[in-house]
Design a protein around this ligand. Structure first.
Ligand SMILES: [Zn+2]
Length: 162
């Protein structure tokens, strides 16, 4: 395996953004699991784990991955979807969480474990106040819920933890 070509393929795959959360790459999200290159054939295989089945974004991500890898010299790249272990919002990187906050989307709290009361669990990404309320279970996309801050009155999207 050529390390250089492999990392070039990895870099190309890592540039693909999530169609729903355009501020995040699939690497930020933890959706990009692995990029390997077959030593004999040079064929690149990209492994991804979908966020959740309600997100039609995965088809777009697969197409964008193939396009990005074709542009990087791998027109025959294969995209493999792996469902186990299941993706969780815990896989979003620290850089990804910072980008979400900068974009005005409240980053998800830890999934699983001890449940946090929703009224205490979501901070306003605009002013940081904890005094927020859920306005709608569905935000601008199926993956987000709509919240409003009682302190600054600004609405914001919250990426659902699951
Ligand atoms: Zn606020």
């Amino acid at each position: 395996m050529s390390a250089d070509r492999s990392s070039a393929a990895r870099r190309a795959a890592a540039t693909v953004v999530d169609p729903e959360l355009r501020v995040l790459t699939i690497e930020d999200l933890g959706v990009l699991r692995d990029v390997t290159e077959d030593a004999a054939t040079g064929r690149v295989t990209v492994t991804i784990t979908p966020t959740y089945t309600g997100c039609p974004a995965m088809d777009v991500i697969r197409a964008d991955l193939r396009a990005a890898l074709a542009a990087a010299g791998h027109p025959d790249a294969e995209v493999v979807t792996v469902f186990a272990p299941a993706w969780s919002t815990d896989w979003i990187s620290g850089a990804g969480r910072a980008k979400l906050a900068a974009a005005g989307i409240a980053p998800p709290g830890p999934a699983g474990g001890r449940p946090v009361p929703v009224t205490l669990g979501v901070r306003c990404p605009h002013c940081g106040a904890a005094d927020t309320q859920q306005v709608s279970r569905f935000g601008s996309t199926a993956c987000k819920s709509l919240w409003r801050c009682r302190a600054c009155r600004e609405p914001f999207d919250h990426l659902r933890a699951f």
